[in-house]
Structure formats: structure tokens, C-alpha cells
Design a protein around this ligand. Structure first.
Ligand code: N01
Length: 538
């Protein structure tokens, strides 16, 4: 098709969970569509992140599509938290069931997208030289899809294998007999470290920042439990839609600072025993009061000390430089226990930073460490990485990179002033990563497709966020965040993990329900904050 221009109503970039649903939804509304996907199959983040231990940390019955009751009734999740292979199987099942692949072009990257103001269309080019013209552009590119550039000197000199958790070999890695070094102790590191330690001859973990992690207590789902939840699925989904985190887990009902020391300890212990994010979401004040947060953090630190036998190692694993939850809480299976193994060493690279990677290991200021395999669990250029890989040019030749030079903002976390007819699914300023991102993506797809459908019916040719609405939204996102402890960490939520990235709070912290209610109200008001221009011909 090189040379020809293919015209569609909607071009969707990405065939992860959000892109897949966008295909299904827009096709159902009668739009012509094409989706472009870099991977060779559907699944997005679950296609790329195949490292050992990769699994969701929101319960699978919740972290799954809600749009089709038939789908949610027929699919059987094996465990409370499904593994990456199971989630990828689910994505493939969805693609088959809804016949999505016929509209997806795999193994292709969009390289640039330019808005043609006279035609009110996006001209899109791929790395295969194909060209598309689309009335609407939907960026379903994911919040955590581009690994951040690894800023460790000497990486190229390493003689052994280097694996990044977010770009794991399709065929897997056999760690038998290997001496492994791993850099990074965020969620990816914390999930993979226990399994790499079990398989490898020796594992050295290089930790710059200790993170809070809580147990998953993952287990198979019994038939009775699954059946009971499926009978009640509609109300579980309603509860999720009306919750803070887009989940059916219990909502915050206790205030730590109102509890006696005994009741507090009992409540923390209950959260710990339930596992998952409860300790963060079960209390009204844990993300708002520094003292309440310290009490919760102290509880987790006591758990770490009770688990890790070597007191020095336990102290190193105790996070001290950020409030619990202000860097994303990790959910693990046997993470702290792993440091009781004889074949695992924890190295503090905060006190003694890495100087360089060497051919057979790495050097810090004070010591050298040797290993033959290096695993990078060093995270992502969150929210903006995937969008900034594409040369996106809006009205009057303005680049998205220029529009976001002082920080990424988008009205409702989905539309950028100066970039008409382009929508970002779970973009900067949306609840996305602070909620159940699967449901957050569904809500965006439904809202955006309803707006596009409305535009077609009303002969509206251009939809564009108003600059004032976008600024107001950015202010609200920041003010909401500023009332919490979230900004008190140097986290990827504010872009702090990528050198030079402007710091703005990138997620909407006021909760999924509050966000959805605002979106609904804006739609009721005729899409307030959007400039809707009629077709030239209308
Ligand atoms: O990445 P991260 P991640 N030298 O940025 C360290 C989601 N997720 O891939 O904190 C030394 O959290 C860095 O150290 P520091 C989830 O939302 C979900 O683990 O910058 N160290 C940190 O320890 C998660 O939050 C699941 O000091 C360097 C680590 O690398 C998000 O993805 C599973 C370094 C990066 O941690 C990102 O998680 C996995 C350097 N130069 C991920 N550069 C689920 O369970 C970075 N680090 C669903």
C-alpha cells in the first residue's frame, strides 16, 4: 500500500486493551477504522512485559473488560491475580471473539501524524511508508509502554545478556546456572526478583530506592467463588464504577488518626492479611495525613523487619524517603523472603552509586560486582513516552512536544488544545494508573466514541479542547494532587524518573467516580470545554 493513501474514519494507535475495545466499539457504531500496532499481536503491555512473575495487581475479576456480559461470564480466571501468559491468552480470546484482528495492522509503528486544517483530517505515516488519512485519531498508546532510556554508563560494554523487563524475549530466559544482576526495585523488579532468585545460580539486586511492597496472597479461585462473583457481576461492576479506584474492593471507611493504637494495629493487620492495595485504599487519611501515612509505613517496616532475617538487609529494604503509596505500592509474592536465600545479595546503590557497567558486571564507588546476565527493571517514560515517539503536528504546525515542553496536560486527560480530533486514552490528567486502568480505558473509549458519534450525527467536523478548559483541568489535577501526599515522592507520577522531564502531576487523584461523574456532566452540558465546529459543507 506504499504510495497510496488509505482513508478511514478513525485511526487507532495501539492494540492493547484500550485499543482493542476502541476497535470493537467504533466498528459497532459503523465507523471505518484501522488500528496500527507495533507488536505482532494484541495485548499491549501484556504482550511486552513477559518477565518471570509478571501478573496484574488488581484482582483479575476486576482487571478485565466489563463491556460484554457474555465475555465476563464465559472467561474463567484461574487465580486472584492472573499471570501475564493468562492475561495475554485473555487478550487473544477477546481478539478472536470479536474478530478484531482484521482491522489491526501488526508489526507497524506510526512515525508521524500531522493535522491537515483545510481537510480537518489527520495524515498519518508508518515506519513501512504507508499513509493514512483519518478524521479522528485515537492514541491508545498506553501509560507505561515505552521503557525509559537507561542512564547507566558503560551499558554497551557488558559482555553478557541484557534483558529489560518491559521488552522480554518471547522465548523466555533460562536462568539456570547464571549469575544475574538486576537493577530496579519497582513493581517489575519486585515481581521478578523472587523467581529469578529461584532459577539462577546467584542474584545480586542493585537497589537505589527501597519501595513499599505488600503481599498479594495470590491463590487459585475456587469454582464456588467464581460462580458467586459471576452471579453478582453487574453489581460488582456498578460498585467499581462508583468507587475511588475503579475496583470492587472495600472502600475507605476508617480514619487512621481516629483509631486507638490497638484498633489501628488490628486494621493494618487485617489489610495485610487481605493483601493487595488495601492498606492504601482502606483508610480515608493514609494519602492525606503525613502522620497517618507514617503509622501505616511503620507497620509495613515492622513487617519487613519481621520477615528478613539479616537486620542490616531489613533496614536497607525499609523505605524511608517517600510516603507509602506516593510511589506506586508494589504487590508481591515472597519478595522480602527472597533476601533470606543464600544465593541473593542486596546492594545499596543509593549510598554507593553505580559508576559504570563493566564487561563482566558493574562498579560502584567502593566495590565491583560480577555477573553474566543483567536484568534492567528500570521503568518507563510514563504517559508521554509513547506519544512523543511519534512526531505529532497539530494546528499551525505546532508539535505536541512543544505544546508539552513545560509538562504534559490534556483536557480531561484525553484532548489537547491545538490538536483537534485527536484523543488520548488514559492520557495525562486522567485517573488511569491510579485506578483500575482497564476500566478507566473502557470509560474513555465509551466517552470518546459517544462524542465522535455525536459529531457525526450533528455534522460536526472538528472537536478541540479549549485552551482555557485545558488549563483549568491541569490546575484542578494539580490542586487535587497537592492536597495529598502523592507529590512528596520523586516518582514517575510526576515524571521524576526521567532526567530532564518536566515535573507535573500526571494522574488525576480525586478518584474514578469523581472523574466519571465530571465526564458525564461535561457531556450533558453539550461537551463543555470543547470547541465543536461544523463541517465546512454543513
Ligand atoms: O518501574 P519503576 P517498574 N540506576 O519506575 C530503578 C506498573 N507495573 O517497571 O526509584 C539505578 O517503578 C528505580 O530506582 P529509583 C506499575 O504501575 C505494574 O518497576 O528511581 N536504579 C526503581 O527502583 C509500576 O509502578 C505491574 O531510585 C534505577 C526501578 O528502577 C510501573 O509499571 C508490574 C535507574 C524502576 O521502578 C513501573 O514499574 C510491573 C538507574 N539509572 C509494573 N533507573 C503490576 O503488578 C531506574 N532505576 C500490574
Amino acid at each position: 500500500m506504499v504510495g497510496q493513501v488509505r482513508e478511514v474514519d478513525v485511526l487507532i494507535v495501539g492494540a492493547g486493551f484500550a485499543g482493542m475495545y476502541a476497535i470493537h466499539r467504533l466498528r459497532g457504531l459503523g465507523f471505518s477504522i484501522r488500528a496500527i500496532e507495533k507488536g505482532d499481536d494484541v495485548g499491549g503491555t501484556w504482550y511486552w512485559n513477559r518477565y518471570p512473575g509478571a501478573r496484574c495487581d488488581i484482582e483479575s475479576m476486576s482487571y478485565s473488560y466489563s463491556f460484554s456480559d457474555e465475555l465476563q461470564q464465559e472467561w474463567r480466571w484461574s487465580h486472584r491475580y492472573a499471570t501475564q501468559p493468562e492475561i495475554l491468552r485473555y487478550a487473544r480470546h477477546v481478539a478472536d471473539k470479536f474478530d478484531l484482528r482484521r482491522d489491526i495492522q501488526f508489526g507497524t509503528q506510526v512515525t508521524d501524524a500531522t493535522y491537515d486544517e483545510s481537510a480537518a483530517k489527520w495524515a498519518v505515516t508508518t515506519d513501512r511508508g504507508e499513509r493514512f488519512l483519518a478524521r479522528f485519531l485515537i492514541m491508545a498508546t498506553g501509560c507505561l509502554s515505552v521503557p525509559k532510556k537507561v542512564d547507566v554508563p558503560g551499558l554497551d560494554s557488558f559482555a553478557g545478556d541484557v534483558f529489560h523487563t518491559a521488552d522480554w524475549p518471547r522465548e523466555g530466559v533460562d536462568f539456570t546456572g547464571r549469575r544475574v544482576g538486576i537493577i530496579g526495585t519497582g513493581s517489575s523488579g519486585i515481581q521478578s526478583i523472587p523467581l529469578i532468585a529461584q532459577a539462577a545460580e546467584y542474584l545480586t539486586v542493585f537497589q537505589r530506592t527501597a519501595n513499599f511492597s505488600v503481599p498479594a496472597w495470590n491463590a487459585p479461585m475456587s469454582d464456588d467463588k467464581v460462580a458467586a462473583m459471576k452471579r453478582d457481576y453487574a453489581s460488582l461492576r456498578r460498585k467499581s464504577r462508583n468507587s475511588y479506584a475503579g475496583d470492587y474492593a472495600e472502600e475507605a471507611i476508617l480514619t487512621i488518626m481516629d483509631l486507638s493504637p490497638e484498633d489501628r494495629e488490628a486494621a493494618f493487620e487485617k489489610c495485610w492479611q487481605q493483601g493487595g492495595f488495601n492498606i492504601q485504599y482502606f483508610f480515608t487519611d493514609v494519602m492525606e495525613s503525613a502522620e497517618a501515612n507514617r503509622l501505616a509505613a511503620d507497620f509495613v517496616r515492622r513487617k519487613i523487619r519481621a520477615t528478613v532475617r539479616d537486620p542490616k538487609v531489613a533496614e536497607l529494604l525499609c523505605p524511608r524517603d517517600h510516603p507509602l503509596g506516593a510511589k506506586r505500592l508494589c504487590v508481591d509474592t515472597g519478595y522480602y523472603e527472597t533476601y533470606n536465600r543464600d544465593n541473593v545479595t542486596l546492594v545499596d546503590i543509593h549510598g554507593d552509586p553505580i559508576q559504570s557497567i563493566t564487561p563482566d558486571g558493574l562498579k560502584t564507588g567502593k566495590a565491583s560486582y560480577s555477573f553474566d546476565t543483567l536484568v534492567l527493571a528500570t521503568g518507563f517514560d510514563a504517559f508521554t513516552g509513547a506519544l512523543q515517539r511519534i512526531e505529532i503536528t497539530g494546528r499551525q504546525g505546532r508539535k505536541l512536544s512543544a505544546a508539552w515542553a513545560d509538562g504534559a496536560t490534556a483536557y480531561l486527560g484525553m484532548a489537547v488544545a491545538g490538536f483537534p480530533n485527536m484523543f488520548i486514552v488514559t492520557g495525562p490528567g486522567s485517573p488511569s494508573v491510579l485506578a483500575n486502568v482497564l476500566l478507566a480505558g473502557e470509560q474513555h473509549v465509551e466517552w470518546i466514541s459517544t462524542l465522535i458519534d455525536h459529531a457525526r450525527a450533528q455534522q460536526i467536523g472538528e472537536i478541540e479542547a479549549e485552551p482555557a478548559a485545558q488549563e483549568g483541568w491541569a490546575r484542578q489535577v494539580w490542586q487535587d494532587a497537592d492536597r495529598t501526599l502523592y507529590p512528596r515522592a520523586q516518582s514517575w507520577y510526576i515524571g521524576a524518573n526521567v532526567p530532564g522531564k518536566p515535573h507535573v502531576f500526571l494522574a488525576y487523584v480525586a478518584g474514578f467516580k469523581a472523574y466519571c461523574d465530571q465526564c458525564d456532566e461535561i457531556a450533558r452540558q453539550g461537551y463543555a470545554g470543547f470547541r465543536l465546529r461544523m463541517n465546512a459543507a454543513a
